[in-house]
Design a protein around this ligand. Structure first.
Ligand code: SF4
Ligand code: SF4
Ligand code: FES
Length: 230
């Protein structure tokens, strides 16, 4: 049996002053996670906690939130971790505007992808490249942006979530089309990234961010193709 106090930072609208609320929670399910706890809790509340989820399988990134001050996926965070302490604090990501309770507006993530023109205009082959595979596992959850000291909404630096898509495009686009992506990478990633790799430790998809950085920096600085791929 898991017995815990869930402390949740709540507000009903963006203008509201947030307030910590504490809920007693108990479940016989040893495999329970933060997502299942929120679902259970909401069955008992007149004013359910607002939060986002879709896959509940660590695949969509929708349930990213701060759990004991760390950006994590609710569906991938076991309650067992917190049993000893007896309490867990849950709040919305701080780098994005809060809509209500644990829901944030992550539009900036997609706006940055549009600014950098990070999409395939037509069918492109990734040639089975390991870099493309690694980069395509990005959930666009925003956890890396939350932890990054250099990212803020409205700034030039687009962060690691844009880096992953840049890396993927660079493995597939014809040389002529890469020029614009090089420029965007220089301005929106290379010049802003302090390379501390704090984002690597936090990425819930476990993406090898350091390897993507090494490859893309090589492209940006020496204008070479990825060293390990043709
Ligand atoms: S790089 Fe990792 S932390 Fe960042 S958006 Fe992608 S999956 Fe999330
Ligand atoms: S390496 Fe550091 S500065 Fe660069 S994106 Fe990751 S956390 Fe931000
Ligand atoms: S609900 Fe999709 S990653 Fe958690």
């Amino acid at each position: 049996m898991i017995t815990l106090k869930l402390e949740i930072l709540r507000r009903t609208s963006p203008e509201d002053t947030p307030v910590w609320k504490c809920y007693d929670y108990q479940t016989p399910d040893d495999t329970a996670n933060i997502a299942s706890a929120l679902n259970d809790l909401n069955q008992t509340l007149e004013n359910p906690v607002r939060w986002e989820c879709s896959c509940l399988q660590k695949k969509c990134g929708a349930c990213a939130m701060l759990i004991n001050q760390k950006p994590r996926l609710a569906c991938d965070t076991s309650l067992k971790e917190f049993v000893k302490a007896g309490t867990v604090r849950i709040e919305p990501l701080r780098k994005f505007p809060v809509i209500a309770d644990l829901i944030v507006d992550r539009t900036i993530l997609f706006e940055n992808l549009k600014t950098m023109k990070l999409w395939f205009a037509e069918n492109a082959k990734t040639n089975g490249s390991q870099t493309a595979y690694e980069a395509s596992r990005c959930l666009q959850c925003g956890c890396c942006l939350e932890i990054c000291p250099n990212f803020y909404a409205g700034g030039d630096f687009a962060g690691m979530s844009a880096m992953t898509l840049t890396a993927r495009l660079l493995t597939a686009l014809p040389e002529a089309q890469k020029k614009e992506i090089f420029k965007a990478y220089q301005k929106h990633i290379y010049e802003g990234c302090g390379k501390s790799l704090a984002c690597r430790k936090i990425c819930p998809a476990g993406i090898e961010i350091d390897q993507l950085l090494v490859n893309s920096n090589a492209v940006a600085v020496w204008k070479r193709k990825f060293r390990h791929e043709k």
